[in-house]
Design a protein around this ligand. Structure first.
Ligand SMILES: Nc1ncnc2c1ncn2[C@@H]1O[C@H](COP(=O)(O)OP(=O)(O)OP(=O)(O)O)[C@@H](O)[C@H]1O
Length: 746
C-alpha cells in the first residue's frame, strides 16, 4: 500500500521478491518458467481417450502419467525409463486459469521492468494446439497477454504520450531523429497499413474489451509524478519462417510469383543484434497497436498440418520499444518482446513431407538450438570451471535474443501443454526441455548504456546524451565490418569512404601479393612438372629399350623356333620320302639272292652253249646269219629286208648275251667247264635253242624285277629310325610355336 500497488501487483512483487530473496538470500533466482495447461476442447472430451495424464499436484508441481499405448509407457514396460514424471515450475496455471490471472502472475513483473527502462522477453513454448497463441494473443472475448501488455503500457503512459513521430528506434538500443520528410513517410506507411485492416476485426474488439477494464498502476514512479516525462511507443511485428526473417508489417506482395523480402539479422559490433530494415510503427493507443497486430497476423505464414489445420509454422515475434523522454531528449529505451514459437512437435509425429518437412526441420532446428543454448547456459552456471560455447548464432531466434539471455534483460517462458493422451510423448518432451530452462540462472542484469541518438542521416548527434565512447567513428572495427552480420550502413558517409579507400588499398596490396605468390607457385609447379615430365620421358625411353631388347630376344627365339620347325619339317618330309622309297632289308636280300641265282643260271647255260658250239662245228650266229642272208636274197627284197633286220637284231642280242655270259663265266674253272661241256655235248644242239628261249624269258623276268613294287612295311626300320631320331624339342617346339603365334597375334 505504501508503494501504491494493488493486491495483485503487490502479490507479483512479493512473488518476485520471494524468488530472489527468500531461502536465506543464498539461492539464486532461476529463469521463470510457467506452465499453462489447456482445458480439453469439446471434441477431445467426446473422444474417450485417457484424461488422467496430467495431474497438477500444487501450484509448482505437476505429475505426468504415461497413458497406455504411448511410446513412454511402452519403453517403461520394457524397463527403459519411467511411466511417471514429476516437474516443478515457477508457477502452474491449470485449465481453469483466466487470462487476466496469467497476466497478473506471470507477465506483470516483466511489464514493470519494461516500463522501468529494462528489456523483457516472454516466449510461449509447446506443441501445436497446446494454447500458445491463445496465451499470447487470446480471443476477442478473452484477450491474451500481448493486448494486456499494450493496454497496461498505454495506461501507464496516460497523458504523457510523445505525439511527434520524429524519434524512432534505431539499431537495437538507440534512437534516430527523423526529419519532417521522414516523419511524413512514417505517417503514410502507418496509414496504408490501417486502411487494409477492417474496423470490426477480432483484435480491435479485444482491445475494446480491454480498454473498458480498469488498469492498475504499474510503477511507483508513475509518469504523472515525473512531470515533463514523455513516452513514445513503437512496435514491430515479424516472423522467422524457415530461418528467414520476414516483416509482418510490410504489405505482402500482391502477386504470388513475387517473394517476400527476407531481412538480415545484423550485429552492431557490441553484441547487440537487430533486424535490419525492420519496419517500426509508432502507436498512440491500444486500438492502433491491435490494428498492427491484426495486419501482421494476416501476413503470418500458416500451414495446415495433420494435427491442427490452423497451425502456425513460424515463430512470430511482436516487439514493443518504449522511448522515455525527458525535456525532449531520449533518456531510456526499453524493449519487450513476446514470442509465439511454432509448434515443437517432431516431424515423424505430424507425418509431414515436402515443404512441410523443411518447415518442421527448421522449426525443430531453431528450437533445438534454443534448447542447446539454455542447456549450455545452465551447465556454465552449475560448473563455474566449465565455459561451454553457447550456440546463440546458430539460429536466427537465439541470435536475436542472446542479449537478453546474457544479462541485458529478463527472459521468461510460458510452457503450454494440452492434456491429451494422444500427444503425451510430445508433451513429455516439452516438459523435459522446460525442466532444463527452469534451472538456468539469468545472467547478472547489465544496465543498458544510455541510448545514442543519431540524426536523420545516421550521424551521431552531439548532445550530452551521446556517449563519446560509442561514437560512430569507432563503432565498428574493420574486421567487424567484414563479418557476415556487419551492417555497413552504420558508419557515417566520410567514414565509409575512408573505409572503402583503405579496404581498396588493402585489396590492391593483397591482389598484388596474391599475384606474386600465384606466379611463384605457377613457376614452382611448372618446374616440378617439367622435372616430372623429363623423368617420365627417361623412364619411358628406358622402358622402350628394355621392350626392344626383349622383343629382339623373342624375335630371335621365334626365328630359331621357325628354323627348327623348318628343319623338322624338312626332316619329316625326307623321312616320309625315305619311307616311300624304302625296301625292307630281308626282301632286298631275297631279291638279290634271286638275281644271283638267275645270273648263275645264265652263266651256266652260256657256258654250256659255248662248249656245245665249239665241238659240233655249229656255225656261229654271225655265220648262220650270213648264210641265211645269201639264201634269201632271191626271195625278194622286202622279205629279205625284214628278215635281215630280225637277223641283225638277233645277232646283236646274241652278242650281248654272249658278252654277259663271257664276263660272268670268267670265274668258272675251265676244267669243270670242259667236263661239263663234254658230257652235255650230245644234247647241246637241241638244248641250245631251248636255253636261248629260257634265257630270253629269264632276262625279261629279270628286267621286270625292279619295276615290281615291293611290299612296304610302314613299321620296321624306318619307324625305328624315326623314333630314334625324333627331335627332343619336338613337343616344346610345337608349344613355343603356338605361343609365339598367339603373342604375335596379340
Ligand atoms: N486456456 C485455454 N482456454 C480455452 N481455450 C484454449 C485455451 N488454450 C487454448 N485454447 C484453444 O485451443 C485451441 C488451440 O490453441 P492455440 O491455437 O493457441 O494453439 P497453439 O499452441 O498456438 O497452436 P499452433 O502452434 O498451431 O499455433 C484454440 O481454439 C484455442 O482457443
Amino acid at each position: 500500500q505504501v508503494l501504491g500497488l494493488s493486491g495483485t501487483g503487490l502479490r507479483t512483487v512479493l512473488h518476485l521478491w520471494f524468488q530472489t530473496e527468500v531461502r536465506g538470500g543464498t539461492e539464486q533466482q532461476t529463469m521463470r518458467v510457467y506452465l499453462r495447461v489447456r482445458p480439453f476442447s469439446k471434441e477431445e472430451l467426446c473422444d474417450h481417450e485417457d484424461k488422467g495424464c496430467v495431474v497438477i499436484e500444487n501450484s509448482q508441481m505437476v505429475t505426468l502419467i504415461a497413458p497406455k499405448g504411448s511410446a513412454t509407457m511402452k519403453s517403461s514396460e520394457r524397463g527403459i525409463g519411467l511411466s511417471l514424471h514429476k516437474f516443478s515450475f515457477s508457477q502452474i496455471f491449470g485449465a481453469e486459469t483466466k487470462q487476466v490471472e496469467l497476466f497478473e502472475d506471470a507477465v506483470k513483473a516483466q511489464l514493470c521492468d519494461f516500463l522501468d527502462g529494462k528489456n523483457a522477453l516472454i516466449f510461449s513454448y509447446g506443441v501445436t494446439n497446446a494454447g500458445k497463441t491463445f496465451t499470447i494473443q487470446g480471443t476477442p472475448k478473452d484477450p491474451g497477454i500481448l493486448p494486456r501488455v499494450l493496454n497496461a503500457t498505454f495506461d501507464h503512459i496516460g497523458g504523457h504520450q510523445y505525439e511527434g513521430m520524429d524519434l524512432k528506434p534505431y539499431l537495437r538500443n538507440d534512437a534516430q531523429h527523423l526529419d519532417p520528410d521522414q516523419v511524413k513517410q512514417e505517417r503514410s506507411a502507418k496509414a496504408s497499413i490501417f486502411i487494409s485492416v477492417k474496423e470490426d476485426c477480432d483484435l480491435l474488439r479485444a482491445s475494446g474489451s480491454l480498454e473498458s477494464l480498469p488498469c492498475t498502476a504499474m510503477l511507483a514512479n508513475s509518469p504523472t509524478e515525473a512531470g515533463s516525462v514523455q513516452f513514445a511507443l513503437w512496435v514491430a511485428f515479424f516472423e522467422i519462417y524457415n530461418e528467414c526473417v520476414y516483416d509482418l508489417l510490410q504489405p505482402s506482395p500482391c502477386t504470388k510469383s513475387k517473394k517476400r523480402i527476407a531481412l538480415r539479422v545484423c550485429d552492431d559490433g557490441s553484441g547487440n543484434t537487430y533486424v535490419k530494415d525492420l519496419r517500426w510503427i509508432n502507436v498512440q493507443n491500444l486500438t492502433e497497436a491491435c490494428k498492427l497486430l491484426q495486419f501482421g497476423n494476416k501476413n503470418r505464414s500458416a500451414a495446415a498440418t495433420k494435427m491442427n489445420q490452423s497451425s502456425s509454422r513460424s515463430h512470430s515475434i511482436f516487439t514493443m520499444k518504449l522511448l522515455k523522454l525527458n525535456g525532449g531528449a531520449v533518456k531510456k529505451i526499453s524493449e519487450f518482446s513476446l514470442c509465439d514459437l511454432a509448434g515443437s512437435e517432431r516431424c515423424n509425429k505430424t507425418k509431414t513431407f515436402g515443404e512441410r518437412l523443411k518447415e518442421a526441420g527448421n522449426i525443430n532446428n531453431s528450437l533445438l538450438i534454443l534448447g542447446k543454448c539454455i542447456t549450455a547456459l545452465r551447465n556454465n552456471q552449475t560448473d563455474r570451471m566449465k565455459n561451454s560455447y553457447i550456440p546463440f548464432r546458430e539460429s536466427k531466434l537465439t541470435k536475436l535474443f542472446q542479449t537478453v539471455f546474457l544479462g541485458k534483460g529478463r527472459a521468461s517462458m510460458i510452457v503450454n501443454i494440452n492434456q491429451c493422451a494422444s500427444t503425451y510423448d510430445e508433451t513429455l518432451h516439452v516438459m523435459k526441455f522446460s525442466a532444463v530452462a527452469k534451472e538456468v540462472v539469468p545472467a547478472k542484469h547489465l544496465e543498458s548504456l544510455a541510448p545514442c541518438v543519431v540524426s536523420s542521416d545516421g550521424k551521431p548527434l552531439q548532445n550530452e546524451m551521446i556517449n563519446n565512447s560509442q561514437s560512430m567513428e569507432n563503432y565498428l572495427s574493420e574486421e567487424e565490418l567484414l563479418e557476415e552480420d556487419a551492417d555497413m550502413s552504420l558508419l557515417p558517409q566520410n567514414e565509409l569512404v575512408n573505409m572503402i579507400e583503405s579496404l581498396r588499398a588493402k585489396l590492391l596490396f593483397e591482389r598484388r601479393r596474391n599475384l606474386v605468390q600465384e606466379m611463384e607457385i605457377r613457376k614452382e609447379m611448372g618446374d616440378a612438372m617439367i622435372q616430372q615430365l623429363m623423368e617420365s620421358e627417361e623412364l619411358r625411353i628406358q622402358q622402350i629399350e628394355e621392350m626392344k631388347e626383349s622383343y629382339q630376344e623373342k624375335l630371335e627365339n621365334t626365328f630359331e623356333l621357325y628354323k627348327d620347325a623348318i628343319k623338322e619339317h624338312a626332316y619329316q618330309s625326307a623321312m616320309n620320302n625315305l619311307e616311300d622309297d624304302y625296301v625292307p632289308l630281308d626282301e632286298f636280300m631275297a631279291e638279290q639272292e634271286k638275281v644271283e641265282a638267275l645270273r648263275r643260271k645264265v652263266s651256266e647255260l652260256e657256258a654250256l652253249m659255248s662248249s656245245t658250239r665249239g665241238r659240233s662245228a655249229i656255225p656261229s650266229v654271225h655265220q648262220s646269219c650270213q648264210t641265211l642272208s645269201t639264201a634269201t636274197e632271191a626271195a625278194g627284197d622286202e622279205q629279205y629286208k625284214r628278215l635281215y633286220k630280225e637277223k641283225c637284231a638277233m645277232e646283236r642280242m646274241c652278242e650281248d648275251k654272249q658278252q654277259v655270259i663271257r664276263t660272268r663265266s670268267e670265274s668258272c674253272s675251265s676244267k669243270n667247264s670242259d667236263d661239263q661241256v663234254r658230257a652235255a655235248r650230245p644234247n647241246c644242239t637241241l638244248q641250245s635253242v631251248e636255253k636261248d628261249r629260257e634265257l630270253a624269258s629269264l632276262r625279261a623276268e629279270l628286267a621286270k624285277l625292279p619295276q615290281k613294287s615291293p611290299v612296304k612295311t610302314k613299321r620296321g626300320l624306318l619307324a625305328n629310325i624315326r623314333e630314334a631320331v625324333t627331335s627332343p624339342r619336338k613337343v616344346s617346339t610345337g608349344r613355343i610355336l603356338r605361343k609365339t603365334t598367339r603373342t604375335a597375334h596379340h
